[in-house]
Design a protein around this ligand. Structure first.
Ligand code: BV8
Length: 228
């Protein structure tokens, strides 16, 4: 087995579940309250911008009342102490990794707490609602949308992610169902390039067969157990 110097960690909604943030596909999960095609696509935004803006305003407000859990804190400890390369690629659009103290975090699906101006393309930190069409802080236009990657849109910083996967000695997937691409394909790429692969999840994911090892349980327990 290769010496582990470089680690890539992929996280999904399951790492924030115990902080009280809905997952997408769990029982009573987020998508069950809203059909995917109703809210998380550019077509939905063009068809019914108010519905989409209200959906994201509700979530942007909700995450600000949530707190990081032991999984976020454990990953932050690892991030601070790890001497090699380490990258936390998150599919999540909450800021709990950062509030838990992690520094090397890459939001491939964007962030609730950013707004993206469709007039001037500038992204601004944003904690309030967008439903009232506030003015863009950069250009003044009332053209802000959530800075979140919708289905059919290209995830952020894919080159950086692929570069990290190419150099990874260990790929760890935490709290994701393996349902959404391209994130769900990372494990196969890392394994084909010789990385050890580990899954930490409440239940087997759709990609479980690609992991050398799977540990099942709640993230707030199995992530600190792995890190420490
Ligand atoms: C793209 C932001 C092209 C929005 C999100 C057919 C086949 C394959 C692919 C496709 C296809 N048709 C279309 C596609 C592409 C599509 C896709 O994958 N669709 C799926 C549904 C089939 N993908 C895209 O459109 C992507 N873009 O492909 O562009 C391209 C790409 C690369 C290069 C060039 C061109 C864009 C996808 C991004 C969509 N945006 N989020 C928002 O948040 O509103 S996706 C959304 O799902 C979130 O980001 C979320 O993170 C992500 C994945 O879900 P999970 O995080 O895994 O959450 P889930 O609920 O599913 O699972 C939770 C897991 O946690 C479970 O396993 C559960 O057991 C576990 N768990 C629960 N509690 C705990 C726990 N684990 C531990 N402890 C607990 N306590």
């Amino acid at each position: 087995m290769r010496v582990v110097r470089n680690i890539v960690i992929l996280t999904g909604a399951g790492v924030s579940a115990e902080s009280g943030i809905d997952t997408f596909r769990g029982g009573g999960g987020l998508w069950e309250q809203h059909r995917v095609e109703d809210v998380a696509t550019p077509e939905a935004f063009a068809r019914d911008p108010d519905l989409v803006l209200r959906f994201y305003d509700m979530r942007r407000s909700a995450i600000q009342e949530k707190q990081p859990n032991e999984a976020h804190f454990a990953l932050a400890r690892l991030d601070r102490e790890w001497r090699g390369d380490l990258l936390i690629v998150t599919q999540n659009v909450d800021d709990l990794h950062e509030r838990g103290g992690a520094g090397r975090v890459l939001h491939m699906h964007g962030e609730h707490l950013n707004a993206w101006c469709t007039a001037c393309d500038v992204r601004s930190r944003w904690t309030g609602p967008l439903i009232d069409r506030p003015a863009c802080p950069a250009c003044g236009e009332r053209a802000l949308r959530p800075d979140v990657v919708w289905f059919g849109e290209i995830p952020y910083r894919m080159d950086e992610i692929h570069d990290a996967l190419r150099h990874a000695d260990l790929f760890v997937s935490i709290g994701t169902s393996g349902a959404v691409y391209p994130a769900a394909g990372f494990v196969r790429g890392a394994r084909d390039l010789g990385a050890q692969t580990l899954e930490l999840n409440l239940e087997p994911s759709q990609g479980s067969a690609w992991f050398h090892e799977s540990r099942l349980g709640p993230a707030s327990e199995i992530v600190p157990a792995w890190v420490d």
